[in-house]
Ligand binder design. Sequence first.
Ligand SMILES: [Ca+2]
Ligand SMILES: [Ca+2]
Ligand SMILES: [Ca+2]
Length: 224
Amino acid sequence: MDFQPVGNKSQCRNIPVTYVCQQCNFSKFQPPVNHRGPPPPAGLVYKEPPPPNIDPQLWESFKTADTDNSGEITAEELRQVLINQGNNSQFNGETCRLMIGMFDNNNSGGIDVHEFVALWKYVNDWRASFDRYDKDKSGNIDASELQEAFKSYGYNLSPVFVNLCITVFDRDNTASINFDDFIQCSIMVKSLTDQFRGKDVQQRGVLKLHYEEVLGFIFLIFET
Ligand SMILES: [Ca+2]
Ligand SMILES: [Ca+2]
Ligand SMILES: [Ca+2]
């Protein structure tokens, strides 16, 4: 078995070296060593092993996304690795900022690998939901599919409102929405519904709001 070190010298921070077999990708970890000595042979790079309890594949995804090797992923870095499978487009920046904000537990402005694990699970859960409601397997969600999704989340919304959601989030004039906007639209509806239900104490679905309360709801959309 032919083990080769992977990583690069500029990334070296006295970390353990991973040697990866170039034939079968089997890896073995070496004890910490100082790599400030001779550079690796031409064409080879060093590779940082995953922290304890982090799935190696997720670690690979994290390192791929963390293009500046800062140890955190920003919204822009996240955007580079999340793809809408329907039309192979990158995620829109708003959805990425929304999700970074949700999982940036220590308010550092980015997500570290532990926060990334939670975010990745969240995206996969949304992916499963998206696939479930994309009945015609078109890779996007139309009004009738979105109506079904909202219904399953417990939101009894009219076709008029659902069509409005499609119109707002339909970025490529297909009368449907992509995966990223499905996430963003669902989060916004949930967030506003939670706020509404908090004020609708009799749960009648009707509220009388003062001017500033209306403004508060609108501002919540930008905060979400
Ligand atoms: Ca980064
Ligand atoms: Ca963080
Ligand atoms: Ca569809």
